[in-house]
Ligand binder design. Structure first.
Ligand SMILES: [Zn+2]
Length: 78
């Protein structure tokens, strides 16, 4: 969950850019079980900015899977 207040106009910009679709898995919000969320791509705890370039619309599943940490290739053992 975001600690920073995201202004309504910025939320609208991200929502409209994504066309109400999760920007990770592309599931439309209309067929999702819960409303999509505006999330930071790079988490705030890693100094991710609150701007249109670092915000994405995500479904609840993608947001939970993504978490707040930056994943590295070394985490994937490949
Ligand atoms: Zn998703």
């Amino acid at each position: 969950m975001s600690k920073t207040y995201i202004p309504a106009n910025l939320r609208s910009l991200v929502y409209e850019r994504a066309k109400a679709t999760c920007e990770y898995c592309l599931i439309p919000e209309i067929i999702s079980f819960s409303p999509h969320q505006i999330v930071h791509i790079i988490a705030e705890k890693h100094a991710g900015a609150t701007n249109q370039y670092n915000l994405a619309l995500a479904c609840m599943i993608c947001n939970k899977y993504k978490g707040s940490d930056i994943r590295h290739y070394t985490d994937l053992n490949i």
